[in-house]
Ligand binder design. Sequence first.
Ligand code: GDP
Ligand code: CA
Length: 341
Amino acid sequence: MRITVLAGGVGGARFVRGLREEVRRRSEAGGAEASVDVVVNTGDDLWLAGVRLMPDFDSLLYALAGVNDTERGWGRAGESERVAAELREWGVGWPWFTLGDLDLGTHLARTSWLREGLTPTEVGERLQRRWPLGVTLRPATDTEVDTQVEVVDDSSGAGGASAGRRTMHFQEWWTRYRAAIPAVAFHQPGIEQARPAPGVAEAIRGADVVLLAPSNPVVSIGTILAIPGMREALRETAASVVGVSPIIGGRVVRGMADACLSAIGVDTDADAVARHYGSRVTGGILDGWLVDDADAAAAEALGTDAIVAAAAPLWMHDLDTSAALAGAALDLAAVVGAQGR
Ligand code: GDP
Ligand code: CA
């Protein structure tokens, strides 16, 4: 069986760790072997201090390799920040965006290989050779299309309708301002020119099951979907496409995805996110949608939108709860598949 996952950073990493474990358990119990491809959001990527950062890719890489810092929630376990302190002294980079020393090693290696002419996909292959992840990570696209956030700028003090607009890199809005400045829109300049990276559309079209991790629907999954050719691959694949809700009981589980949803006019609500993705029957991307038990009753209404809903515990506290969640997503995909979608 071939499973392809669309994923962002932290929610994506927790989910893929659980999926890898669930796949291993099922095959040990006599089930079919499965391979897992992960299509990783590249919208958060950026050039900073002369190096190329791919935060979501590295979150997945480190978490799956077991070398991530689980306390801070980003970077490598046990790293110091001596280089970051020096960069701050030199006024290079962003003082509010700390790069740990081991993490910087990754960025230097990546940048060096990019300079030699490797593509981000080829760089990703090299990075994955170091650790046997048991899954294949693929940047969604090899084209640089970093997300820009358009915000209301009332620094003039005028406020209201007369306030101006300005744009900043997604990382500045997210990390420096903690998404507290109201966003009006998200842009990926040049996205029309982008294509799915080599192997990505094939991984979607050739899959038996496609899963949307419980990642940010706007700036993680939404950015992947905005790459020309991606929606077509999802619409045309013979696989069942099942999404997992990042929203439980009307709240984001971790992080600030609600600030992104409100910017695009979608309620912070499991059903609203499913309707935003839409059913494949009506030109959207979903066959099935997995919600938390707390949202089970409301999700029944999704049937009228041609989306098959199921409920399971969606909190990923540890490897067991993440694996159980991945198992519930695979089970829903099987149900959807048996119904002939
Ligand atoms: P980022 O790139 O690091 O922001 O991470 P993602 O886009 O992959 O995931 C962020 C989303 O993951 C947030 O919207 C959270 O609501 C969701 N999330 C985080 N932890 C959990 C969890 O335990 N269960 C579920 N269902 N969603 C989660
Ligand atoms: Ca991210």
